[in-house]
Design a protein around this ligand. Structure first.
Ligand code: B12
Ligand code: SF4
Length: 503
């Protein structure tokens, strides 16, 4: 059996001048701190990050254990060139479609429309090929997706075991009802089978990175045989025991992880075969269990001196200076911490479960031990008002000025379908939501309004936040001209398609 797996591109986002400046400073502040060891060549290679789709590549390596032949189709913008990624990708799939027994698409909310459009074209030209959709959007909106798109079967939540059983059923032409974790239409009625319990991710094979180049020409690879991944996202731990009302992640509520052996193999592979020079531990809560975090740090630290790393974590009041010292010794360069709002009451309403003084103390310890801190902030927290948004902007700027937060990011909250925030509009005072899912990409435009803040208010506040952010950075790291000169040839292409992957 042979299957194509497609990662449709997220639509390109038109940026305002203010957003461009904001990304310029965000990038530069990171280039001068955590990325300071990266060379001109590493920066040039950022465009190569775009097709790396961890979920699909993981799914592929799992299925191949059972002799299912897989081919990966991903988007690429060769050397940062602005091309119609959707059209190029679609052409490639159509050219090879006859070879496949099924075609599977992965989509998040922002790429759903693209996936549906591409699938429709495939259905027109190859009506007999089963079309499958997986990824976040498919399962939270399964009824809508099954009714309005040409997808035949949706895979809910974790895909490994479900997809294997589904492909076997397609091959053997057996009924689908007994397969947990899917939905489909039968005799005009939507059938949804029971969810599947979470699998033990420590037992999964290594991610199928070797499939990235399956459908790229040498020209698309910039003349190389394989793509480099200068900054790699790895997940020795995943999941979060917390439950913020707007969080769209489903790798919860338990923190689970890769086996440490696999983790080591993966980072070694990425360093040796993909020129990885920096690792971003995409953990939801790295410091959830301090002993475990220290073990991971030790493992990754033993790979010195060639590599450096950072991790995402929730604030943990139990972390001591000693823990941060150990992290620093293991060459951890930075910790990413979601603060979201400077207003304690809003943090309570969103269920963030952190206390600002505790976050500040943790950041102080980390800074004192020589670890950079990267904080995340939101405009549009549930029940945000003009006043609370101003409070958040001011606090972010103060923390940046004082160095408590070495670098920071501010985003407009997107209420994703399926989250408690999006689904309980009255409770969160939401008066309008954007019907166009393509805008749900996290930084384009406001996707909801409330009685307190209209779309224009959100736009104003967000641009104001970026403006103030840029002023602080102009004072702390220099004017645009000075920074450009300091960056020299280490100047990346700011196309959002791969900018996101780099941060
Ligand atoms: C790593 C990551 C990234 C990385 C790498 C992306 C990648 N595709 O590998 C980067 C930094 C590039 C990234 C970027 C963005 N991301 Co992101 N990202 C994540 C993160 C943290 C982990 C994804 C992951 O690897 N999960 C582990 C794998 C195993 O899971 P998976 O991808 O879902 O795949 C499994 C199943 O869903 C299923 N499956 C998936 N696809 C398919 C397809 C088929 C056919 C089948 C059968 C099964 C199947 O099987 C897989 C294996 O079990 C998630 C949050 C999360 N924890 O899931 C957010 C998340 C997916 N990202 C999100 C967003 C919004 C974005 C951006 C738009 C952000 C932005 N502001 O620009 C961009 C879009 C980039 C893009 N082109 O897709 C949102 C999506 C929300 C939504 N409902 O739409 C999430 C949920 C985060 C959040 N809570 O908001 N992201
Ligand atoms: S702390 Fe982060 S990962 Fe955990 S529920 Fe909140 S937003 Fe999601």
């Amino acid at each position: 059996m042979k299957v194509a797996f497609v990662a449709p591109p997220v639509p390109a986002v038109p940026l305002s001048q203010m957003q461009r400046l904001y990304y310029f400073y965000l990038f530069a502040s990171r280039a001068f701190t955590v990325f300071r060891h990266l060379t001109e060549q590493d920066f040039y290679r950022f465009w190569m990050l775009e097709p790396v789709h961890l979920g699909l590549l993981q799914l592929i390596s799992y299925l191949e254990q059972y002799d299912i032949e897989c081919s990966f189709f991903g988007p690429i913008s060769p050397e940062g060139e602005n091309i119609d990624r959707e059209a190029v990708l679609l052409r490639k799939i159509l050219d090879r479609a006859d070879e496949f027994d099924a075609i599977g698409f992965s989509s998040i909310t922002a790429s759903y429309k693209t996936a549906a459009r591409m699938a429709e074209r495939i259905r027109q030209e190859h009506p007999d090929i089963p079309l499958i959709l997986g990824g976040n959007h498919a399962w939270v909106r399964y009824e809508e997706v099954l009714r309005e798109s040409v997808f035949d079967i949706l895979v809910h939540k974790e895909g490994e075991q479900t997809t294997l059983e589904l492909l076997w059923a397609i091959e053997r032409k057996t009924p689908l009802h007994d397969i947990a974790g899917i939905s489909f239409i039968q005799n005009g009625r939507i059938v949804k089978t029971p969810d599947r319990p979470r699998i033990d991710r420590s037992q999964l094979p290594l991610i199928g990175y070797e499939h990235i180049e399956d459908n790229f020409t040498k020209k698309e690879l910039g003349g190389n045989d394989r793509l480099s991944i200068p900054i790699s996202r790895v997940t020795p731990l995943t999941g979060c025991t917390n439950d913020c009302v707007w969080c769209a992640d489903f790798w919860k509520p338990k923190v689970t992880g890769q086996s440490q052996k696999h983790f080591r193999e993966e980072i070694t592979y990425l360093m040796e075969r993909r020129n990885s020079r920096f690792f971003y531990l995409g953990t939801h809560d790295f410091l959830h269990r301090l002993d475990h975090a220290m073990q991971i740090a030790e493992k990754i630290g033993s790979l010195k001196p060639e590599m450096h790393w950072e991790a995402q974590t929730r604030a943990n009041p139990a972390a001591t200076r000693e823990h941060f010292r150990k992290l620093r010794q293991a060459d951890c360069r930075c910790l990413h911490v979601g603060v979201e709002s400077a207003n304690q009451e809003l943090l309570r309403i969103m269920g963030k479960n952190i206390r600002i003084p505790e976050v500040m103390r943790m950041l102080e310890y980390a800074r004192e031990e020589g670890i950079e801190t990267h904080t995340y902030w939101l405009i549009g927290s549930p029940l945000e008002t003009y006043k609370t948004a101003r409070q958040t902007i001011e606090t972010m700027c103060n923390w940046l000025r004082s160095g408590l937060s070495s670098t920071a990011e501010i985003n407009m909250l997107v209420g994703y379908p399926g989250t408690r925030f999006y689904e309980n509009r009255q409770r969160y005072d939401i008066t309008w939501v954007d019907p166009d899912y393509s805008n749900y990409d996290g930084r384009n435009q406001p996707t909801f309004e409330t009685t307190h803040l209209t779309k224009r208010d959100f736009e104003y506040l967000f641009h104001r936040a970026m403006d103030e952010y840029c002023s602080v950075l102009a004072d702390t790291i220099g004017s645009k001209e000075q920074v450009t000169e300091k960056l020299g040839d280490r100047f990346p292409n700011f196309d959002p398609a791969f900018m996101e992957a780099a941060f």
